[in-house]
Design a protein around this ligand. Structure first.
Ligand code: NAD
Ligand code: TDX
Length: 342
């Protein structure tokens, strides 16, 4: 693995992966293919050496461009996507174009050039789970977390488009013998996450003198993982994963939204109830939880950033110190939410 393409490498998780590769694998050259949508930012790659990383600004659905780049690489690690559920409820069309047509375009190029493909996906393809308190085994019994055998049951246009892209990958493996793996990860947090997402939105609200906004009653549970742990897991699957397999990535980080929000408020010197309840998200998934036993036992991966309090403090610190990175966009993001009572 000397030359890899990272699609979406100027976004949140993709750019953290590029930093991870540069820091940990000195013999690898990375080509980032990124359209630089509202969610992509070349600043996320600032400071990385030009002899290790190049940015190609382009669309993953551009067949000729993709084919030209893929011809000259050993593997494609595919992060590029429209990634925000709330946006997919307003206008699903870019989700279909990028997540389905874009993935199809990459698959075809990898098939023709016999190139290794790793598809980065989400636990949302499985739909949602009941709250732990409503389950007989309190959430740890068989079938009470997602595994790679859980049936697909996506709720939103975003998660449906990701589910569709996963199924395309599976079909290309079976029908064409594509050398591909898939990973489905839980909610990431850390630096460079767009301020439309839950944790950065609340931190930057507080820094801007705006009250944080909680959807519904805040009982919804997300299974948080630090983005650095997602990166090490993807690298492990890329280099040690069995072709055709799906691996779930998670770090046992279940927390309900209200608890996370209160933690952010207290950490930032505010009263824990200094937030607004706002309109709930239509079709809002209740709980996600990952069983990552297969990845841990078969490939020997384990998360390192398991102290959520520490990770959250570092993330608050990062947004506090990097106001230039997000400030210009803040008002526009909040205006968009205000239009739907959020
Ligand atoms: P993001 O929205 O922060 O970044 C997406 C990147 O893709 C941006 O840089 C954007 O410019 C680029 N992009 C979008 N459309 C493109 C196109 N047509 N061609 C080229 N580039 C394009 O997303 P993220 O949160 O970093 O998520 C990255 C991947 O990880 C996605 O596939 C997402 O489904 C998956 N994922 C995310 C999470 C999470 O918690 N955020 C969890 C599990 C899986
Ligand atoms: O202002 C908010 N208030 C709020 O209560 C926002 C933006 C969100 N929420 C809630 C909704 C969710 O229950 O917080 C939770 C997290 O919301 P998001 O950050 O939008 O993430 P989620 O919808 O869970 O999806 C994320 O994880 C899975 C990523 O955005 C997806 O790309 C990934 O697939």
């Amino acid at each position: 693995m000397k030359k890899i393409i990272v699609t979406g490498g100027a976004g949140f998780i993709g750019s953290n992966f590029v930093h991870y590769v540069v820091n940990n694998h000195p013999d690898v050259f990375v080509t980032v293919l990124d359209k630089l949508t509202y969610a992509g930012n070349r600043e996320n790659l600032a400071g990385l050496p030009a002899d290790r990383v190049q940015l190609v600004v382009g669309d993953i659905a551009d067949g000729p461009l993709v084919n030209e780049l893929v011809q000259d690489c050993d593997a494609v690690v595919h992060y590029a996507a429209e990634s925000h559920n709330d946006n997919s409820l307003k206008d699903p069309s870019p989700f279909i174009q990028t997540n389905l047509v874009g993935t199809f375009t990459l698959l075809e190029a990898c098939r023709k050039n016999n190139v290794r493909f790793h598809h980065v996906s989400t636990d949302e393809v499985y739909g949602d789970l009941p709250l732990r308190e409503d389950l007989p085994g309190h959430g740890d019994g068989p079938g009470e977390k997602f595994t790679d055998h859980t049936p697909y049951n996506p709720s939103s246009p975003y998660s449906a488009s990701k589910a569709g892209s996963d199924l395309l990958v599976r079909a290309w493996v079976r029908s064409f013998g594509l050398q591909a793996t898939i990973s489905n990860c839980s909610n990431n947090y850390g630096p460079y996450q767009h301020i439309e997402k839950f944790i950065p939105r609340q931190i930057t609200n507080i820094l801007s003198g705006i009250k944080p906004k909680l959807y519904g009653d805040g009982k919804n549970v997300r299974d948080w993982i630090h983005t650095n742990d997602h990166s090490s897991a993807v690298w492990t699957i890329l280099t040690k994963g069995k072709i055709g397999e799906t691996y779930l990535i998670g770090a046992d980080g279940e927390k309900d939204n209200k608890t996370v929000l209160e933690q952010i408020l207290v950490e930032m010197g505010q009263k824990p109830d200094a937030y607004d309840h706002v309109n709930d998200r239509p079709g809002h998934d209740l709980r996600y939880a990952i069983d990552s036993t297969k990845l841990r036992e078969e490939l020997g991966w384990k998360p390192e950033y398991t102290d959520f309090n520490e990770g959250l403090k570092d993330t608050i610190d990062w947004y506090t110190k990097h106001q230039d990175w997000w400030k210009a966009e803040k008002q526009a993001v909040e205006n968009k939410y205000a239009q739907v009572g959020q």
